[in-house]
Design a protein around this ligand. Sequence first.
Ligand code: F6R
Length: 614
Amino acid sequence: MCGIVGYIGPKDACPILLKGLHRLEYRGYDSAGVALINNNGSLSVYKSKGKVADLESHIAGKDISGTIGVAHTRWATHGEPNSQNAHPHYSQSRNLALIHNGIIENYKPLKQEMMNHGKVFKSETDTEVLIQFIEYIKELHGCNLFEAVQLALKNVVGAYAIVVIDKDNPNRLIAARKGSPLVIGVGNNEFYIGSDATPIIEYTNKVVYLGEEEIAEMNRQGDLTIVNLENVKQTPIVKTVEMNLSDIEKADFPHYMLKEIFEQPDALFNSMKGRLNIEQKDVLLSGIIDYKDEILKAERIIICACGTSWHAGLIGKYIIEELTRIPVEVEYSSEFRYRNPVVTDKDLVIAISQSGETADTLAAIQLAKDKGAFLYGICNVVGSSIPRATDTGSYLHIGPEIGVASTKAFTAQVTTLMLMALSIAKLRGTITKEYFEELVEELYAIPEKIKKTMELNEKISKYSKIFTYARNFIYLGRGYNYPIALEGALKLKEISYIHAEGYPSAEMKHGPIALIDEEMPVVVIAPAHSKYEKILSNVQEIKARKGKIISVITEGDTAIKELSDIYFEIPATMDCFTPLLTIVPLQLISYYIAIAKGRDVDQPRNLAKSVTVE
Ligand code: F6R
C-alpha cells in the first residue's frame, strides 16, 4: 500500500521519480506528491489529489530542478484523500520532507506532545506527526538527520517504510523500514529507492532489500551505510533482481489485467519449470525435499491467506486432503492472528501471498512461529517479507503482477499447491504410482488447455456487455469449483462494483434461492465431474425461477448447455485441475463487464495491490 520512490545522484530526479510513481501506482492511487531539493537550494513539495497524471499537470511550469528527491502515491489510511493529506509532508520549518508507507499507531499521543511544543499541523495524517517528531528530536539533541531518524523511530509504534530529505543537506537521503518493504537500487554514485523493485529495474538490477528496523543513509559518493535501531552497523547485501522491463509494461494490451490473464499459460509453465519433470513423471519441489523431515512430521496443515490467495488456499485444502490425507484448515490471516488459535509444533503452516507483504498474513505466521509450527511460504515477490519470515517455501516465478485484481498469481498459487500435494503424497505414499503419474501428466498439460480456453475471449467480450444492467450476480460451484465461485464473485465485485456472491451450489435452497428472479444472472461452474448430476438439479431449480444462467461447462456437455442462456466450454481435464480452467472465463467475464461499465480495471476504487496495513 502506498508507493515510495526516491533518488539521489547526478541525474535530474523529477523524471525518475514520476516514472517510478507510474510504475508503483498499482499500490495506491488516491493522491500523489513529489519533494525535490531544487538547484537553487530550496525544498519544493508538490502534491495533488488523484492520480500521478494529475500530479504531472499540477507541476507543469513549476521548478522541478534538482538531483535529489522523494515521491509518493497514496492509499489513504489517516485522513481523506486530498492534497493536504498527500505525501510528502514538510516539517514545521519546511527544511525536511518525508514520505511514508505504513501506520504510526501511537501518532495521537505523539501529536499531542508535538502540539504542546508548538508544532502546527496542516494535515490529518500520522505521517506529518512523524516528520514533526523527527525535526523536534533533531533540534532537541542538535544531531544530524540520520541520528534524529534513528532516535525518533525508537519511540514509534507501528509499521513504516520512510524516506526523508533535508534541505540543508542535499547530499544525502535517509530511509528506514519496519514492517513495510523498501528496496534500494545501487547505481554508479547514485541510489534509487522503491517500495519494490519495479521503479528501479530500468536503471539497475543491483538492489539491497532493507531489513526490519534498519536505517540507511545514501550519499552522492556512492556510500551506503546501514545500521539498526541500536546503531549496530549492518553489511549491505547486494542482490541481482531478475526482472525485465517487459515484465512490467503493458505491451499491446489495453490493461495489465488482460495481459496477466493472457500470460497464464506461460506463467504456469514457468511455475512448473524445474519442478515437474515430465520425462520422469516426477515432481521435485525443493521447498519440500530440503525439509522432508519437518514436512513429514506434520499432523495437520493450516493455510493462512487473505482474499484471492485465501481462495487458492481453499482449493489447496481440497487437493492436499485428497492426495495426502493430512487434515487441512484454511484460515483468514486476519482472524487467525487475533483468536489465540491452537497451533503446535506438529503443524505445518502455509502462508500464501502474491505480494509477500500482506500485514495480516505476516502477523499470522509470526504467531504460528511463536507456537512452534513449521512455516512454508508461497509468494510471488522475490525478497519480500513473507519468504524471509518462513522456514522454506516456493516462489511462483510468474513475473510481477501489476493489475490490482489478482489473476495469474491465483492460478500459479493453485498450481504450486498442487505440486505440494503431489510431492507430499509421494513422500507419504498415500497415492499409487499410476495415479501419481496420471496427475503429473495432466498437470503438465494444463498450460496448453488454458491457451485453448483463452479462445473464449471473443465470445466473452461479446456477451458480457449484456450484463452491465445487473446489480447482483450469483456464482455457484461444488467441490473443487466452490472456491472458484468465490473467486469469480470477488473478481466481479472488485473491478465492476457489481455486488456478487459465491456459494456452494447445494446451499442455494437454504436461503439464496429467494434472490432468484428474471433479473438475476447466475454463473454456474459445472465441468463434467462426479458432482455434475447434482449441479444439473441446482441449475434446473434456478431455471424454474427464471434466473439467467451463464454456465462454464466441459466441451461435449449437453444437459446444462441446453438450460443455459449463455455457456462457455472448457477442455476436459481431471476433476482436481478444473479450477485452473474454469477460473479463466470468469476472469474474462469480470474484465469485460467492468470495461463495458467504464471502470478502471487496473486501479479499481478503494483498492491497492499490496495490503501492508491491517
Ligand atoms: C483480489 C486480490 C486480493 C489479494 C489479497 C491478498 O484480486 O488481489 O484479494 O489476494 O489482498 O494479497 P496477497 O496475495 O498479496 O497477500
